[in-house]
Design a protein. Structure first.
Length: 49
């Protein structure tokens, strides 16, 4: 019974870890795209003025 619990716990840890990595990747992508968008907008507004 104790082994089963440990196995379930490690599986849960793995799921949480995978979810965390996924969230970090999504955040990085969002920040990256957002950064490009902001830079482009700033460059365009500078060029127009």
């Amino acid at each position: 019974m104790q082994e089963q619990k440990a196995c379930a716990l490690s599986l849960w840890h793995y799921k949480v870890l995978a979810y965390g990595v996924c969230l970090i990747k999504m955040a990085h992508k969002w920040l990256y795209l957002h950064g490009i968008f902001r830079t482009n907008v700033m460059c365009k507004s500078k060029a127009h003025s």
